[in-house]
Design a protein around this ligand. Structure first.
Ligand SMILES: *[C@@H]1O[C@H](CO)[C@@H](O)[C@H](O)[C@H]1NC(C)=O
Ligand SMILES: *[C@@H]1O[C@H](CO)[C@@H](O)[C@H](O)[C@H]1NC(C)=O
Length: 329
């Protein structure tokens, strides 16, 4: 009798695993490292995230919220550090979703610098445990998701992050970008370590401390694909959506991700193997077993970077019709 009631009390005291309570213990960024293999600026190059020296997934194993009670602060991982222009992305269709250099016509892809910007003016990356579900039209945009984690740009003034760095940021708003008939949210955020982070809650607050940032970053997104031949980008609403709205976008995309992991959505070509949620049993694998199971390189082996083609080093000036070729000398 006594033993039974103690067991019942013990069970009652265990934390309830709710729909959003995915991580059971706090995620320690300090235990993270990177396994990098190959030469930068090549298509073979990869970076895997490691926890305690063992490979885990950038996308599926970093909790979205450092503190599930505070939806204004999220984790993200850097793909494109500020002042670089290699189009670095998350590999959806390889186990543990390493970071790789995206391709265009079988060559590593870079972004042309449209004056006055040179390369990316912010740290750019992906938000873990979110998914822009291609099976659902987003109610705000009317377009389905682009099948990726939600993108983020971190406008903090701290030294640039490095590829694969996991950071905590405060969400300030979001741009509803439409790319190729798909919804591609760009969340604007600031590193919690930035000197003004505690003073800004919105894009309007940014105007007080960092005047110009809001418009410059907006314009960057509008024009960055013009030289590539894609024309200007479309941002629905032609302005930033507010922080509350952005938090809601993240919460919805987290639910889509949960459905993906539970096998309730068509995964397409997404590889979902992960090391942190034993409840998603068909994809769970202890991190100590991942190197062998997925035949990953056992340690970093970094080769000298390949050269970046010269055409990406110059500036491109747009005339009022967004032509650039005519004004070349
Ligand atoms: C944020 O945006 C939503 C949708 O546009 C709006 O309904 C809401 O009132 C806004 N909140 C604030 C605090 O401005
Ligand atoms: C990876 O996940 C798939 C399901 O998406 C599963 O069938 C497979 O067994 C997993 N691989 C490992 C090594 O756990």
């Amino acid at each position: 009798m006594i033993i039974t009631s103690n067991v019942v009390r013990l069970l009652a005291a265990l934390p309830v695993v709710g729909a959003t309570a995915v991580a059971s213990k706090p995620f320690d960024v300090k235990g993270l490292s990177l396994r990098e293999v190959g030469a930068r600026n090549t298509l073979e190059w990869r970076i895997w995230l490691e926890k305690d020296g063992e490979p885990i997934s950038f996308w599926h194993d970093i909790p979205l919220y450092p503190d599930p009670e505070d939806k204004s602060i999220i984790h993200y991982y850097t793909e494109i550090p500020r002042w670089t222009d290699g189009k670095i992305e998350t590999k959806r269709d390889e186990p543990l979703n390493p970071i790789f250099h995206d391709e265009k016509n079988d060559l590593p892809r870079f972004v042309y610098s449209v004056w006055p910007h040179k390369t990316y003016p912010f740290n750019y990356g992906s938000i873990p445990q979110t998914w822009e579900d291609k099976n659902h039209d987003h109610p705000f945009t009317g377009y389905p998701g682009d099948n990726d984690p939600v993108d983020i740009f971190d406008i903090s003034e701290l030294p640039p992050s490095y590829i694969g760095q996991v950071k905590k940021v405060k969400v300030l708003g979001a741009l509803a970008m439409i790319d190729d008939e798909a919804t591609d949210w760009k969340v604007i955020a600031i590193d919690v370590e930035d000197p003004v982070a505690s003073k800004v809650e919105s894009v309007e607050d940014l105007d007080k401390y960092r005047p110009g940032v809001r418009q410059q970053m907006y314009d960057w997104f509008i024009y960055y694909k013009v030289v590539k031949g894609d024309g200007t980008n479309t941002i629905l609403g032609e302005d930033y959506q507010n922080a509350t709205f952005a938090q809601q976008v993240l919460s919805e995309s987290h639910d889509y991700w949960l459905d993906l992991m539970k096998g309730k959505s068509k995964p397409g070509k997404i590889v979902r193997n992960q090391t942190s949620n034993a409840r998603f049993c068909s994809t769970y694998i202890p991190k100590e077993e991942t190197t062998e199971a997925f035949k990953l390189p056992s340690e970093s082996e970094i080769l000298p970077a390949a050269e970046k083609p010269e055409e990406y080093s110059r500036w491109y000036y747009l005339d009022p019709e967004n032509n650039w070729e005519q004004i070349q000398v």
